[in-house]
Design a protein around this ligand. Sequence first.
Ligand code: EPZ
Length: 435
Amino acid sequence: MDRILIRGGAPLRGTIPIAGSKNAGLPLMAASLLTEEPLVLGNLPHLADIVSMANLLAQHGVSLGMEAETGNGRGELGRGHTLTLQAGRIASTEAPYDLVRKMRASVLVLGPLLARCGIARVSLPGGCAIGARPVDLHLKALEQMGADITIAGGYVEATVPGQLRGAEITFPFVSVGATENILMAATLADGESVLINTAREPEIVDLARCLTAMGADIEGAGTDRIVVRGKRSLHGASHQVIADRIETGTYVMAAAITGGDVTLTHSSLALLPGLSKVLGKAGIALTESEAGIRVQGRRLGERPTLSGVDVMTEPFPGFPTDLQAQMMALMCIADGAAMITETIFENRFMHVPELCRLGANITVHGASALIRGVPKLTGAPVMATDLRASVSLVLAGLAAEGETTINRVYHLDRGYERLEAKLSACGATIERLGS
Ligand code: EPZ
């Protein structure tokens, strides 16, 4: 199994191009099931999760054509790929366990398959490293739209006599995936659906934009109430995927933790409301211009120092859970203490013992972690358990004195495109070692 070796201590300096969003790309790919015409998605990142979704869709009968976006003059760290997906005929309405267990977002094919074919059999994703992550909200909403759902042999078996019907659905709490699944299903339902307490993430807005380009009638995406008037059919469209706000935030933290000066291109701080304020309190300057987002960190020992700030994760526009581990890595070397509270997932602190191996001082009390800043971290071998936990260890390794080896690199490949190349281009000493 591959490992990543980092020799820490160098401040990052340079420019990092931000890729298209993984978490916007996955539901957009699933949306191709809603029409027999081609859906062309540009700016898709090169990631293992995108490949997993492509494999799943291929098995449903979707034909896929990938093209590199060339001629952008940005060389190797270019602007992603364009993927054409065409679900002319749905060959299978089953999403098998072997494909779904690799990636939970596979469950996003359920709403589109049911809306288009009236039948779907999708493996239950099961638990994952960061929490139980059930899909009860998705299923209950589809039942409200007229679906018959049973669970048998680890599969969700859903059928709908005739067509899904529009319904008023109030989600008991905010779920990104349930909002996406039901939004897609509602575009082909009979009549109007009113979705209440919906997620407001930019990925939802991007999905609604694409569905609208495909002929859907949607109002309110980006708010907590979305109205969808169902259509008999949708048509093909061409859509550019938004920038990855979590990749953006991760490199913001990478620049900050090394006391560097980095400009991030092809992204926008508007995707991360509140981040400038939180990091401003910590002493990190974030500015945005036509050239990109500039991050200026503080060197160790510099005055005023990096300060501890308290953060609580919340649904958008709050602080994202997908940046919690990276923020914690940053707080490890802050002056003073910081309290980080995780409210979205019940088990998202697995990076804590690994950060402690690098010399961090962190204690967990229920859903909160108290981080007492230390003057420096020191390199060590560490192990990661999920995507964002892994990258927090990369950040800590970049700031640590000496060598850090990160095991289980496949987690990183699910969500960070060309991570070593992007960091090396800014002066980091980081390399991938084969097993
Ligand atoms: C999306 O997951 C993202 N994944 C996650 O990113 C992200 O952490 C999460 O939203 C929260 O922002 C994708 O977009 C592919 P949820 P999702 O439904 O949709 C509970 C990453 O690192 N819940 O908003 O699965 C659930 O267990 C990943 O890129 C139910 O109880 O998240 C969680 O505690 C990790 N029942 C909370 O709601 C349900 O039916 C929020 O989950 C659905 C969710």
